[in-house]
Every structure is written in C-alpha cells, then in structure tokens.
Design a protein around this ligand. Structure first.
Ligand SMILES: Nc1ncnc2c1ncn2[C@@H]1O[C@H](COP(=O)(O)OP(=O)(O)OP(=O)(O)O)[C@@H](O)[C@H]1O
Length: 323
C-alpha cells in the first residue's frame, strides 16, 4: 500500500484540460466493433468475485457507482472487500476515506484478506508487499472541499495510473446536507472525470432516515439531490439484515441490491452472510472464510485461493500488476 500525503501541492491538478471535438461517427468504428466482438485477449471489466455477482455486475471504465445505505450498515466494510477483489484482479485502486484512518482501513482489509480475526505478522508483511502497485490511500481524515478531491484523483490518475477510486463519502466532500446544487456539481464532475480518464469511481453515500432500519431502503431513499442517482451509472444499496442475525433464521445478514446498472442487464438483490471473525462477506451460509492468495502463487506457502476464485482461475485472476 502506498500513501498519498496531503502535503503535496495539488494546485496544478485542479483543472481538467477541455476537449471539444466533432468527428465523423465512423471514427468510433473500431471501438464499436470491439464492444460487440471483444478480442479474446482483452480482459473483461473487473467485477466482484462472488460467484453470484461476477457475471451480473461489472465495474466498467468511464462509470460511477453509488454505494448507499443506512449509517453503520456496512457500506465501507463491504466496499473494503470489493477493493480487495479489485486488487486481486490487478486493478490499481485508490481509496479516499474521509471517515477512517489509513491504519484502520488496512486493519479491516488485512482481516478480510487473511480470513481471520488475527492475521500473523508473516501474513501482514506478505499482504503489505502484495498491495504495493495495487492499493493507494489518500491520507486525509475529515471534511474536504470536493474540488480538491478531484485534484487528488487527477494527480493519482496521472502519476500512478489508478483505474478505480473509492470516495467515502459524498457528505464529507460537500458541506450542507441541503446544498443540492453542490452535490449535483460534484457528482457531475465525477462522471466527467471517470469518462475523461477512463476510470471507475465508487462513491459512498447515505440514505434518508426511514421509518425503520429493518426495512431495506431503495434508490429513492438516497439522501440529497435526486440528480445524484440520475447521473451515476450504477446504484448499489447495502443493507444489514439485523433481524436475520438476531434470530439466526438462515436469511442473508447483508443484502446488496443493484438498483441501477446503465450498461448491464442485471438489477436485483444479492444476499451475503457477514462473518464477524474475518469480516468477510460470504456467499452462502455454509461457506467458511478463506485467505486470499496474496503471495503471487495462488495457493502455495499456505495462502489458499479463496473457494470463490476457483471457477474463475482460467480468466487470469492473478494478472501481473503493470509496472
Ligand atoms: N451485515 C453485517 N452484520 C453484522 N455486522 C456488520 C455487518 N455489516 C457491517 N457490520 C459491522 O458494522 C460496523 C459498521 O460498518 P461500516 O463502517 O462498514 O458501516 P457504514 O455503512 O460504512 O457506516 P457509516 O455510514 O457510519 O460510515 C462495522 O464494525 C462492521 O463490523
């Protein structure tokens, strides 16, 4: 993992160079052909690695995904495992969490990667080197001006070739819950940034307080400007099913609803079982947490490939991270 310190002067990254070009439609012929008939060598857009999710959801370059939910319902925790999955697919990922210190983020992610409450020092060291070239963390906790966030992202895209950005959360970047214009402007800029740099942005946000946290919210419950869900490409609602956990009734203890996917066909609910020890979200009630293969050998040295990766091995999940 590499830190992006807040002491860097980001001023030269505040403005995007503008491009206004009108070209004949056939200019995009090759890209259009590739969109129907992708060359066999081309890796598909990354996804979440749970079996039930991987063919249904894609994190395409040029898009913004909104991750919304009730306070404390696991948005950051679920995304932490998604980030791990992205790193596993050799995606260069930057996390800007204005709610959690880098060490707390690494603590969570290390537990998830190790599949246990107390990863060994040996594992932590291996995991630390594995994240180099895959994971960057912007070292800033607390509120931040949204234009600066975009400047930091531009700096990271240009200097490190980051392909996935996580921003946790929107309300830390825009002052005033009812400043709908600023929320709209920020999300609009994020969408433009994702397209200009051909990257994917994961934006965390909250939902309005409903009548009960035992009822799963939907995309119409997302806090603030309606333009937020209109503008983003994908909307995921993360909901913790506390009744299922209390009654141990076998229902998923976390439900992630894909409520919008602009360029994909799937919309629906995905159920997971949260394992408190490892903090991993499991695919079935019977699944055991497993270690991620972070030693580059995908199983040797005792770091077994998580069960959910086996079916996908042929798709080169261990892709080398570009220098
Ligand atoms: N499905 C779940 N079952 C049990 N505990 C959970 C579940 N999801 C998350 N938790 C626990 O809830 C706590 C809060 O999770 P997390 O920080 O991810 O929530 P959040 O939605 O991002 O919260 P906030 O909106 O306050 O930032 C964590 O300690 C985590 O261990």
């Amino acid at each position: 993992m590499q830190l992006i310190p807040d002491t860097i002067d980001f001023s030269e990254y505040m403005v995007e160079a503008e491009h206004h070009e009108v070209k004949p439609a056939s200019h995009w012929l090759e890209d259009t052909i590739a969109s129907f008939h992708a060359p066999a060598t081309e890796a598909p857009a990354p996804t979440m690695l749970w079996q039930k999710a991987r063919d249904r959801v894609r994190f395409r370059p040029g898009e913004v995904s909104l991750w919304a939910g009730i306070n404390g319902h696991g948005k950051s925790m679920f995304l932490s495992q998604v980030v791990l999955d992205l790193c596993y697919q050799a995606q260069r990922t930057m996390v800007a969490s204005f709610e959690m210190k880098p060490v707390s983020q690494m603590q969570r992610m290390s537990r998830q990667a190790a599949g246990s409450r107390l990863p060994s020092v040996d594992f932590l060291e291996t995991f630390g080197s594995w994240t180099d070239g895959r994971l960057w963390i912007y070292d800033h906790v607390g509120s931040v001006e949204w234009r600066k966030v975009i400047a930091v992202m531009r700096y990271a895209a240009v200097n490190f070739g980051i392909g996935h950005f996580v921003i946790d959360s929107l309300m830390k970047c825009v002052k005033g819950e009812d400043d709908y214009n600023a929320q709209k402007d920020f999300v609009n800029e994020l969408c433009a940034f994702a397209q200009a740099h051909n990257v994917h942005i994961h934006l965390v946000h909250h939902v309005r307080k409903g009548e009960s946290e035992h009822k799963a919210p939907g995309k119409f419950d997302v806090k603030g400007a309606g333009a937020i869900t209109d503008q983003v490409d994908n909307v995921f609602i993360v909901w913790r099913n506390k009744i299922a956990a209390q009654e141990n009734n076998g229902d998923p203890t976390c439900v992630v609803a894909c409520e919008k996917q602009r360029n994909g066909e799937f919309e629906g609910k995905l159920g997971f079982w949260f394992d408190i020890e490892s903090q991993q979200y499991l695919e079935t009630i019977a699944e055991m947490p497993s270690k991620y293969g972070v030693d580059g050998t995908g199983g040797k040295k005792g770091y077994a490939m998580p069960v959910r990766f086996f079916a996908r091995q042929a798709l080169d999940m261990k892709a080398e991270v570009p220098a």
